[in-house]
Write a protein that binds this ligand. Structure first.
Ligand SMILES: Cc1ncc(COP(=O)(O)O)c(C=O)c1O
Length: 389
């Protein structure tokens, strides 16, 4: 492995760089068009028009209409608004929620907080690849069920769920279906109508837009209780002066994503497959997640006898930025709840490595990364007093 002075970023599931065209689109909204979108004067009108143009773009990307889009501060807030919003609005009808055991903490912790307020939550198990069985979803539905929330793709292992089928099962019983699509919007085509989605969360910083902005799609017939009260912005669903530069940035990021979606998917899946092939040549290594039903930019590996963090440090020294799992859990040093739910033994889960590709990833970077991983794993195993090949 030749040492490189260049840094290689392979942690796009954690966040993406802001596209320079997105920055250009945003800049005038900090200084020239800085108005408050609620103001009636021309400054306010300019801001309002820009916001509505962005709303239209987001809606079009997922097959919704503009009045079904609420801007939020990101994926976490969208998940909270969707789940708490439906739960509180429909509490007279029922207090049961169905979700999966591998959701992002933004969903899991929201559900747990509702359990302390008298709601009952079913956390569905997944199979060894991280797939939720649609039949289990159907069987978990009770007369009391008001919401089903299952993510489109998992942020750690990249497994994609059959959300169209889950949406159909929910629709047949008249239950609202929410999906956390933070890892898929802009990467995988989505049609909320065809997939029977009632609510969908998305986040700008995963699609080359700025941090601190996202959106929740709320189908026109779905009622939610706000979680933020105040001046009644976003039709009373999300009070607080709108983040116009952020919203404009999200709109610009959506424009670019729409243009590039199929080419990006193809290119990244091809590079991901090269990466997987090269890394799995390492003895006693495995791919976590589904072999084919997975995000085009995600590969998650397990290595026997390796501490994932030591491997990350080795890669960091080689100029490669990767992750052991999700960005939020990487500072907590706990075993991933996702790998646990997949039944990955603790020893292997501790040696996990998540590589997530992006638009700038090249074949040379992947080749360099494969050899850096080989070298890192071999070195760490050689140093281990307990490793026997
Ligand atoms: C699947 C998923 N949901 C929700 C979030 C939270 O999004 P945000 O960082 O915009 O709050 C993330 C971010 O990592 C995610 O991957």
């Amino acid at each position: 492995m030749k040492k490189t002075a260049k840094r290689i970023y392979l942690d796009h599931a954690a966040t993406t760089p802001v596209d320079p065209a997105v920055v250009d689109a945003m800049l005038p909204y900090f200084t020239t068009y800085f108005g408050n979108a609620s103001s009636l004067h021309s400054f306010g009108v300019e801001a309002h028009e820009a916001m509505e143009a962005a709303r239209e773009k987001v809606a079009l990307l997922i097959g919704a209409t503009a009045d079904e889009i609420v801007f939020t501060s990101g994926g976490t807030e969208s998940d909270n608004l969707a789940i708490r919003g439906v739960a509180w609005k429909q509490r007279a009808k029922g207090r049961h929620i169905i979700t999966s055991s591998i959701e992002h903490p933004a969903v899991l912790e929201t559900c747990r907080s509702l359990e302390t307020c008298g709601f009952r939550v079913t956390y569905l198990p997944v199979d060894g690849f991280g797939v939720v069985d649609v039949e289990r979803v159907r069987k978990a539905i009770t007369k009391d069920t008001v919401l089903i929330s299952v993510m489109h793709a998992n942020n750690e292992v990249g497994t994609m769920q059959k959300i169209g089928e889950i949406g159909e099962a929910a629709a047949k019983q008249g239950i609202v279906f929410h999906t956390d699509a933070v890892q898929t919007v802009g990467k995988i085509p989505i049609d909320v109508e065809k997939m029977n989605i009632g609510l969908l969360s998305l986040s700008s910083h995963k699609i080359y837009g700025p941090k601190g902005v996202g959106a929740l799609y709320i189908r026109e017939d779905v009622e939610v209780e706000p979680i933020l009260y105040g001046g009644g912005h976003e039709k009373g669903l999300r009070s607080s002066t709108e983040n116009i530069p952020g919203i404009v940035g999200l709109g610009a990021a959506v424009d670019i994503a729409k243009e590039r979606i199929s080419a990006d998917m193809k290119e990244q899946a091809m590079l991901r497959d090269r990466l997987i092939k090269g890394v799995l040549e390492i003895e006693r290594s495995r791919l976590n997640g589904h072999p084919v039903q997975r995000l085009p930019n995600n590969a998650n590996f397990g290595f026997e006898g390796i501490d994932g963090e030591a491997l990350l440090l080795h890669l960091d020294q080689a100029g490669i930025a990767a992750s052991t799992g999700s960005a939020c859990s990487s500072r907590k040093h706990s075993t991933s709840h996702v790998l646990k739910a997949l039944g990955v033994p603790d020893a292997l889960a501790r040696g996990s490595l998540r590589i997530t590709l992006g638009r700038s990833t090249t074949a040379e970077e992947i080749e360099y990364t494969v050899s850096a991983i080989h070298e890192g794993v071999n070195r760490l195993r050689r140093m281990s007093p307990t490793w026997h090949s």
